[in-house]
Design a protein around this ligand. Sequence first.
Ligand code: ADP
Ligand code: MG
Length: 260
Amino acid sequence: MSCSVKPCIRLENVTVGYGGEKILDNLSIEHLGTGIIQILGPNGAGKTTLLKTILGLLKPWEGRVIINGEDVTGKPDRAGKYIGYTPQLSLHRIYYPITLRELVECCLVMKRKWPRLVLRREEKERVIRVLEQVGLPREAWDKDFNNLSGGQKQRGLIARALVRDPPILVLDEPFSNVDPTGKIELAELIAGFSREKLVIVTSHDPMLLLKHTSHILLINRNVYVYGKPEEVLIPEIAEKIYGHAVIRVREHLHILDSHA
Ligand SMILES: Nc1ncnc2c1ncn2[C@@H]1O[C@H](COP(=O)(O)OP(=O)(O)O)[C@@H](O)[C@H]1O
Ligand SMILES: [Mg+2]
């Protein structure tokens, strides 16, 4: 299988930080094909830092980011060809009035030189298709983004990430600010995308997407473990990453029942 036909990501010995402070040290991961990579770790572990490095928004001190065979290290324009991104909602403020539909449309016209702000008919239809695909009701499409519920905002950001049909989706904490039922519905939606795309997702609840997850990266700054869920989600490794926040129970049955 070649990197040019399937979504493919490789991080080679990535070391990255801010100013003089090192956050991630010598991190290497690789994944070929569709599916889900979950990135788990406590707050401040470096999850968002890692996503920004994958997106080329942060240039690592050392190492390389290769996507579909192309070196995109520190090059957001190049990485953006392959990746649709939803930022962490809690860090993503929009200080101007913009409707959900406009937010998604902007993504199509942003890079265009001419005609800059006029959407072609097929582009308008594409926007409508993704808004429907993420399950947003028609009444919400022309509402101000800032007035929507947490779950609707999250779906709106996913629609924006999807509109150019990239092979890779990067979702930073899509389940935060979403109520419990909404989380399960959103997980089903994300799992659906992972049949055709590679989805890289940070989360605090590995169970929501576990059935569909091919790899997990457990990370806390310079300590990380990458592997299949059954190799990584074991008490010894969780304790290494989360320390005292891990509670061992003898038997634990966790049932995700959507009551459908
Ligand atoms: N722009 C920045 N400048 C300086 N330090 C930052 C910046 N962004 C994040 N950090 C620091 O890097 C560490 C990792 O942050 P982050 O990647 O946001 O963690 P996570 O997403 O896992 O919560 C934190 O200590 C945070 O304070
Ligand atoms: Mg974060």
